[in-house]
Design a protein around this ligand. Structure first.
Ligand SMILES: Cc1ncc(COP(=O)(O)O)c(C=O)c1O
Length: 180
């Protein structure tokens, strides 16, 4: 049904990009000649991993795991980290996959909110109240779906209420569209 309507009010994403915004016609033609339809390296081809590393100073290809979309990365992160009885602190409103899986793995989900009255800025006092010794993950969705609010890096510094001991082994998932 969703694909048969004239106006789709259920879509939460940004306007989709065109292929030509990612790749030139010449590059596309080169792929047309070169690409074989076979199994690829499923954890990310080396050239893609190298490119992703350039976004994160100090990262090496061994730090990067490429997945089929962020949904798979979110799932692997929660599966790897969360045990029954753990707590997961979640920014709301949000894309609801992570709190759902976390509950499925037996965790308690503790919310903190973006406040509309503050331009959808995160309520860092509430975040601090929700973190306990049982907290296994803090899930931030930034830029945020559905508000489109984007917190500058500085907002997550210790001076702003964010505590550096909360990120001992942080995992980042990021949506990147790339031809394989
Ligand atoms: C915050 C967030 N995480 C993950 C996803 C899933 O992304 P993907 O299609 O890359 O699996 C979405 C999709 O809208 C999203 O908004």
């Amino acid at each position: 049904m969703q694909n048969q309507v004239r106006y789709d009010f259920t879509e939460t994403g940004v306007h989709p990009m065109y292929l030509h915004e990612l790749i030139t016609r010449e590059e596309l033609l080169e792929l047309y000649d070169r690409v074989q339809l076979r199994y690829v390296q499923t954890n990310g081809i080396p050239a893609l991993k190298e490119s992703i590393c350039r976004l994160y100073p100090g990262a090496t290809p061994g730090h990067v795991l490429v997945t089929n979309g962020s949904a798979e990365a979110n799932y692997l992160t929660v599966w790897n980290q969360v045990q029954p009885g753990d707590e997961v602190v979640v920014m709301y409103p949000t894309y609801l996959q992570v709190p759902g899986i976390a509950r499925g793995f037996g965790a308690t989900v503790r919310p903190f909110h973006l406040r509309e009255e503050h331009g959808w800025a995160p309520d860092l006092d509430q975040l601090a109240e929700q973190v306990t010794p049982r907290t296994k993950l803090i899930y931030l969705c930034n830029p945020n779906n559905p508000t489109a609010q984007s917190s500058p890096r500085g907002r997550w510094r210790p001076s702003s209420g964010w505590r550096s001991e909360w990120v001992p082994g942080s995992w980042r998932t990021r949506s990147i569209a790339a031809p394989s």
